[in-house]
Ligand binder design. Structure first.
Ligand SMILES: [Zn+2]
Length: 458
């Protein structure tokens, strides 16, 4: 056994004795506001007035239906596409060449909700990482909109909440981050054809997959317009929901067998991502409570994160706490005194700015921390009451080392952490049968990666 592992073994003995103190101390650590002055500055720069202006502009295109006109300069999805591209381009000018803007464009053949071959275009701004550019984080909103009939391409479809609000989050993040230099790459995407069946994000995720891109997290912002359902119930303007699945959508049959045998249903990569966001983007940092919903999405609905989950990429969906379905996917009309339609008057721009701050804290913390550890295994070659983890060394030049995490099998979140140094194996005197383990990486500034749950060695 290596020397470093032996030292780790000794250290863990000490921590296990004082475990009653380790939990609360760690919780206090998490409640501190962000130490990173760049993040604090960005959170201040996120501007509700700019968010309002973006949503007003998007609504003014009349409809952004995927099947609407693409060559009218005033109305339709083509005009919206060109405007979003020009905005990204304007932000990129302040990036000293770090941000590039591109169109991910393709012809969707006739398919469900696509009655004629249709050009679908995602508008993408990429902010290249300074240290590990091959590591990528993606944030999206969808710029297409709809009314009651999903094939109605001509009626007014303002789509203020669904999803100009998400596009405004993405644009505002791109604006404030363009002047900064994150360590990993951040991709800001306004995707299309979400309402027709996630076609835009599906193409974007497949393009990443085909290129072998190491997407380590993705967030869809979809319906993030208000904390008030406008239905007479109390508002909840300081909460945003984050949907994160436990069992991976892309899980193979062999992986499912392992998961069932070890009880891994609460430790998929997206669930770990949710825990990470809870740690770095809470109320003390963003003024918002991130209410995690431990499922893939709402009943009957699905957003663009599913396109990434299908490719095995960790992903989640931000959405407002309580929806008013009279304001989604509806013809604009008044019926029996009730206003239907996705109108801008139901948006709360300060709320959307706070959702943007949650995204900023999550994305910046991901990009500045080391990547999620890879190749993490738990030694199962013999029956023993100790636990040995092994992993691949991370590529980050500012990597300081690793921390083991563990929790009771009934606990929702990690309760214990132990620094083990810059090593690739560690043995601790706790039984793997009795707790759940994970590993995270730490850099010299104390930035911590999302946790990676180990797979059994065989
Ligand atoms: Zn939507």
């Amino acid at each position: 056994m290596a020397k470093s592992s032996r030292r780790t073994f000794m250290a863990v003995s000490a921590v296990a004795v004082t475990s009653g103190l380790a939990g609360p101390a760690e919780a206090a650590e998490r409640r501190k506001p962000p130490a990173d002055p760049q993040l604090r500055a960005m959170l201040r720069e996120i501007d509700p007035h700019r968010i309002e202006a973006i949503i007003r502009r998007l609504v003014a295109f009349g409809t952004r239906h995927t099947l609407s006109t693409q060559d009218d300069p005033v109305r339709g999805i083509g005009a919206a596409r060109d405007w979003i591209q020009a905005e990204f381009q304007r932000y990129a000018e302040s990036s000293a060449g770090r941000m590039t803007v591109s169109l991910d464009s393709f012809i969707q053949p006739v398919s469900n909700r696509i009655p004629v071959p249709t050009r679908i275009t995602n508008v993408v701004a990429t902010l290249r990482g300074s240290l590990t550019p091959e590591r990528v984080y993606v944030v999206t909103g969808h710029y297409d909109s709809r009314v009651t009939d999903v094939l109605d391409a001509t009626s007014d479809a303002p789509g203020a909440d669904d999803d100009a609000s998400g596009v405004a989050v993405v644009l505002e993040l791109a604006r404030v981050m363009a002047t900064r230099s994150p360590e990993a790459t951040i991709v800001f995407a306004a995707v299309a054809a979400e309402e027709q069946g996630l076609y835009g994000s599906d193409h974007l995720a497949q393009t990443f997959k085909d290129r072998g891109t190491d997407v380590q997290a993705m967030f869809s912002n979809d319906i993030v317009g208000t904390g008030d359902a406008h239905d007479g119930t109390p508002g909840d303007p300081r909460t945003v929901r984050l949907f994160v699945e436990g069992v991976p959508t892309a899980e193979t049959a062999a992986e499912a067998n392992v998961r069932r045998s070890v009880g891994g249903e609460n430790d998929g990569p997206s669930r770990q991502l949710g825990r990470f966001v809870g740690d770095v983007a809470g109320p003390e940092v963003t003024g918002m409570r991130v209410r995690q919903i431990w499922r893939r999405d709402r009943y009957l609905r699905g957003s663009d994160h599913i396109s990434f989950l299908l490719r095995g990429y960790p992903a989640g969906r931000f959405t407002e706490p309580r929806e008013n379905f009279n304001h989604e996917h509806q013809d604009v009309r008044v019926e029996n005194g009730v206003q239907y339609g996705d109108l801008i008057e139901f948006c709360d721009f300060a709320y959307i700015a706070r959702v943007a701050r949650v995204n900023a804290a999550a994305l910046w913390s991901l990009a500045q921390a080391p990547g999620t550890p890879k190749g993490v295994v738990i030694d199962t070659t013999q029956l023993t009451n100790e636990t040995t983890l092994r992993w691949q060394p991370g590529p980050e030049p500012d990597l300081a080392g690793y921390e083991l995490l563990w929790r009771e099998t009934t606990a929702p979140d990690w309760t214990h952490s132990l620094p083990v140094g810059n090593v690739t194996t560690a043995t601790i005197d706790l039984s793997k049968d009795n707790v759940f383990f994970a590993l995270r990486a730490v850099d010299h500034d104390g930035n911590r990666s999302p946790a990676a749950a180990p797979q059994p060695s065989s």
